[in-house]
Design a protein around this ligand. Structure first.
Ligand SMILES: [Zn+2]
Length: 144
């Protein structure tokens, strides 16, 4: 293959030159719009990867208070959420439950301790977008 513009055999690339798709050399491609060897478009990470589960730092007292106000013993709660009594004791003493257990506790006790906050907002790296009013309202609702 030779450059369709100058006949040079150097590395060719496809480029639109004046509306026509041609195989041209590097130098001639500068005259047109290259359609190959374009710089890679930076890929955005999938949203899911930026998110991490966060738990209310007061989850221990929230769980304990909700259980007590529901008139439940740890044993009763254990039966409802299928989580061991000793595990529940540890959670009420500050051990972070797994997301799965936390969700079951939320359901059984009608509480909200888990929240998903995007990583960029969590770790203020300087590139994080400022919180909009909508975001702030959402955070407030979630903390209830
Ligand atoms: Zn050329």
């Amino acid at each position: 293959m030779e450059c369709e513009m100058c006949g040079s055999g150097a590395s060719l690339r496809k480029a639109y030159v004046e509306g026509t798709l041609l195989r041209v050399c590097d130098r001639c491609s500068n005259l047109g719009k290259v359609v190959e060897d374009l710089p890679a478009v930076p890929q955005r990470k999938p949203v899911a990867e930026l998110k991490e589960s966060v738990i209310d730092p007061d989850f221990a007292s929230i769980v304990r208070d909700a259980r007590k106000s529901a008139g439940m013993t740890v044993e009763e709660l254990s039966g409802r959420v299928s989580v061991g009594v000793s595990v529940l004791h540890r959670i009420e003493n500050g051990m972070r439950p797994t997301d799965d257990v936390a969700r079951r506790l939320e359901k059984a006790l009608h509480i909200k301790i888990l929240g998903f906050v995007s990583g960029t907002q969590q770790k203020t790296s300087g590139q994080a977008p400022p919180l909009t009013l909508g975001d702030v309202a959402e955070v407030k609702i979630r903390k209830k």
